[in-house]
Ligand binder design. Structure first.
Ligand code: ZN
Length: 312
């Protein structure tokens, strides 16, 4: 029965000829915990007309509050603040309601620089975390830009030691659906007033979010024999702000309960280092899959070609 329910959820009701039932009524496969996290504060992606960085942040924060989410981490790159007032205001607003943490000052890829320069760039971000966080807030969580944890084991281990010596915990990512790639087409569709284009984007965004979550959960089952709490990477983009509430509802319909990053990361699975070197973006789970030489489950591709053409 469990398998049958999972198939319904994965294939969609229409594929099984169960027309008439709604997407939201799809039975949950099994409970999955998810921690939401957001990268690239305060500037990420293209904006639609008449929207600034503060508006994006405010919209995300309003949805988080509506869904009773606390201690949601926003990982900052202070190089993008550049003294611009709506960006500073956006960070202040986030820190007032949620949490800030370190994503390096200028978003380097560890594969393209030295470990020493990388750690120096991470430390350069700290004065801004001190400035914008509320007193007593713990911002010593680190998110690797481009999900690059080191293209050699020597670099990987050097940076991990540097982070630990500076009191940081690593905010791993286990699930990611390239949410950032919907922001440019969304800004184009909004500029053209193309509501059909926006509707198409909404559908493909939710499909990618849900299918990638199941994909990550399948990897968790293969690697750990159970559903570990998932840590979802999102970005502070205009379309993310538009879609967050619907995405959380779609996740809940799939059996998701939301937890904080601190709760998710306290799972013993995260105490183990996969020890995998790669120049490519890798999630915590994809690293383990490769270390253990496990076959990756099937998953729909992110529709990059379609997104690049929408509202052109
Ligand atoms: Zn980033």
């Amino acid at each position: 029965m469990k398998t049958f329910l999972f198939l319904i959820s994965t294939l969609g009701l229409s594929a099984l000829g169960l027309a008439g039932a709604t997407y939201a009524a799809a039975p949950a496969a099994h409970p999955i915990e998810v921690a939401l996290t957001f990268d690239d504060l305060p500037v990420h992606g293209k904006l639609p007309p008449h929207m600034n960085r503060f508006d994006v942040m405010e919209k995300i924060l309003t949805t988080l509050k509506k869904n009773d989410q606390h201690d949601v981490f926003g990982f900052i790159n202070a190089s993008t603040i550049a003294g611009i007032s709506d960006r500073e205001e956006a960070l202040r607003l986030w820190a007032k309601e949620q949490r800030l943490a370190n994503h390096t000052f200028s978003h380097p890829d560890l594969a393209g620089t030295t470990s020493t320069k990388y750690l120096a760039d991470m430390l350069l971000n700290e004065p801004f975390l001190k400035k914008f966080s509320l007193p007593g807030q713990d911002w010593k969580w680190f998110r690797y830009p481009f999900l690059g944890e080191g293209d050699s084991l020597a670099k990987r281990n050097f940076v991990r030691k540097g982070l630990k010596d500076n009191g940081y915990r690593i905010a791993e990512v286990t699930t990611d659906f390239s949410d950032w790639s919907w922001n440019s087409p969304y800004s184009r569709c909004m500029a053209q007033g193309d509501s059909d284009g926006v509707a198409e984007l909404k559908e493909s965004y939710l499909h990618a979010a849900v299918s990638r979550l199941h994909y990550a959960d399948q990897m968790s089952q293969l690697v750990f024999g159970r559903s570990i709490p998932q840590i979802l990477l999102m970005h502070v983009g205009a379309f993310d702000a538009e879609m967050l509430d619907d995405m959380m509802a779609a996740y809940r319909a799939e059996g998701v309960t939301f937890v904080t990053l601190e709760q998710a990361a306290s799972d013993p699975a995260y105490a183990q280092d996969p020890g995998f070197a790669s120049a490519d973006a890798e999630t915590f789970l994809s690293q383990w899959m490769k270390v253990k030489k496990l076959p990756f489950p099937a998953v729909d591709k992110i529709p990059a070609g379609q997104l690049s053409k929408t509202c052109l």
